[in-house]
Design a protein around this ligand. Structure first.
Ligand code: KIV
Ligand code: ZN
Length: 531
């Protein structure tokens, strides 16, 4: 009998920790809907205590979902209390509490002597915090997950002690994260096998794994863990996440599906929804998928060489181990035009995973008609861009808006730009020359707002093929160590560039506002409340 692997999706929590990948509340709600549609078992919706925006996102997702919604908390009373509040209306809720268990983390984070003087005393403090946190979380829900952060580098004897203690305290899922992506597949699988052997109450909890991709092994480690006893995997769409990211959900799901001859496991994921989910996450986060990314990259099913193409024409199985349709990629492109009407638009949006409120439909339909007039044919990619713009406009405060842009350029003149920016209730106009039209426009914006911005990354691409394609610009700016992404679209790429710039500045403003209302900076708070 095949056994089920529980899919715990952390795109909205760990995935959102990717540099610059902040999502607004509405984008999170939309992604959560899509995750539910593809039938993930658990959605980790955020880290409620960390900011008002995180709290609101977890709360809204908990209010509307029918799958299990998890909220992350440190092993700290306040975090658990706040998470339980955010989750209070969830039909199925899980409190996910964690503490570091590796010596490197314990010595680094619990260096102060109030946590104990020797390493052994500090380890006992962490064990007690973990047990107390699980017991406290149990007062809010039966479904409690405990994570031993940096388990991949934790002494196995101590890890066994902690896991046994938290299960005795009531943890129903015990998560073994390879937080730094350090482990090798054989080694990581062996750790899971050893935990199964040595922890005497291990059968009372589900073993989960949470692998990071620093050495490119997150999926391999997750699969190795499954073959040694793990029954839950934590993963993200497109593998986004801290640093090199987390294990990619689509790769794990398809590995189990394609090789079901090899192992008797299954997931409930509707694999045909993978492509929609991947595009939605990429569009909202602004994290472009590398073309050769397994399963969801543009080239994942492209056959270039003559020999391959010939083989494919004779029999698809020669070079294809799964069909594009299995992950929701279809080659019969559905194209809309101005005669498609509102029903046609709603149906296509739904097929792409977006649900439109009547107000959104009105707005988007107007814009759709403009595009349909200009381009004649409107593709799925254009609709995704429309949706992304709508979400930004309605749900993010627009501190800065582009009012006017004029650019002069040519082969024998110095590029010059004039911009007029609405900054709250003020309108400011400035001009500048620059090293090309985009540079001139960015300098004019900087002058207008009296700022200097460190642009870390700038990318431009066309959303669809053809000369009349919409150009999309994605930029990442950095300020005081924090990255902010901005997106902008237009058939004019200088305009798209300015829109992306202002969008990144709006994200920075939102972050600053969030930080101001945050009463409590979680990383500075004393992390030991139970001791
Ligand atoms: O990587 C990690 O250890 C985590 C935990 C909080 C589960 O994200
Ligand atoms: Zn993680």
């Amino acid at each position: 009998m095949a056994e089920k692997i529980i899919i715990f999706d952390t795109t909205l929590r760990d995935g959102e920790q990717s540099p610059g990948a902040s999502l607004n509340v509405y984008e999170k709600v939309e992604i959560a809907r899509q995750l539910e549609r593809m039938k993930v078992d658990v959605i980790e919706a955020g880290f409620p205590v960390s900011s008002p925006t995180q709290f609101e996102a977890v709360q809204r997702i908990a209010d509307q979902s029918t799958v299990t919604i998890a909220g992350l908390c440190r092993a700290v009373e306040k975090d658990i209390l706040v998470a339980s509040d955010a989750l209070k209306n969830a039909k199925k809720k899980r409190i996910h509490t964690f503490s570091s268990t590796s010596d490197i983390h314990i010595l680094g984070k619990f260096g102060d002597s109030r946590y104990g003087v020797s390493l052994d005393e500090k380890r006992q403090t962490v064990l007690k915090m973990s047990v107390d946190a699980v017991k406290y979380a149990k007062t809010f829900t039966q479904d409690v997950e405990y994570s031993a952060e940096d388990a991949g580098r934790t002494d196995i004897g101590y890890l066994c002690d902690v896991i046994e203690a938290v299960i005795a305290a009531g943890a129903t899922t015990v998560n073994i994260p390879d937080t730094t992506g350090y482990c090798m597949p054989l080694e990581f699988g062996a750790k899971i096998a050893e935990l199964k052997r040595r922890v005497k109450n291990i059968d009372q909890a589900v073993i989960s794994v949470h692998c990071h991709n620093d050495l490119g092994l997150a999926v391999a480690n997750s699969l190795s863990a499954i073959s040694n006893g793990a029954r839950q995997v934590e993963c993200t769409i497109n593998g986004i996440g801290e640093r090199a990211g987390n294990a990619s959900m689509e790769e794990i799901v398809m590995a189990l599906k394609v090789r079901k001859d090899l192992w008797a496991f299954y997931t409930d994921i509707i694999s045909e929804e993978i492509s929609n989910s991947s595009k939605m996450v990429s569009g909202f986060t602004g994290m472009i998928i590398q073309p050769n990314k397994a399963i969801v990259g543009d080239n994942a099913f492209a056959h270039e060489s003559g020999i391959h193409q010939d083989g494919m024409l004779k029999n698809r199985d020669t070079y294809e181990i799964m069909k594009p349709e299995d992950v929701g990629i279809t080659h019969n492109r559905i194209v809309l035009g101005r005669h498609s009407g509102r029903h046609g638009l709603v149906a296509r949006m739904k097929a792409l995973g977006y649900e439109l409120s009547p107000a959104e439909l009105d707005e988007i339909y107007e814009k759709f008609l403009v595009i349909a007039d200009r381009k004649k044919e409107v593709y799925d990619e254009d609709l995704r861009v429309l949706m992304g713009e709508e979400v930004q406009k309605q749900y993010e405060e627009q501190y800065y808006q582009l009012d006017y842009l004029q650019v002069t350029l040519g082969t024998s003149i110095i590029p010059t730009a004039t911009v007029r920016v609405k900054a709250k209730d003020k309108i400011i106009q400035e001009s500048s020359v620059g090293d090309g039209p985009v540079d001139a426009a960015y300098k004019a914006v900087e002058r207008a707002l009296k700022i200097h911005v460190n642009i870390e990354n700038y990318q431009v691409r066309s959303v669809t093929g053809g000369r009349d394609a919409v150009g999309e610009v994605i930029i990442r700016i950095r300020d005081a160590g924090k990255a902010f992404t901005g997106k902008g679209n237009s058939t004019d790429i200088v305009e798209a560039s300015v829109r992306a710039f202002l969008n990144a500045l709006n994200h920075k403003k939102q972050f600053e506002k969030d930080r101001l209302v945050q009463t409590d900076n979680i990383w500075q708070e004393n992390p030991v409340r139970f001791v």
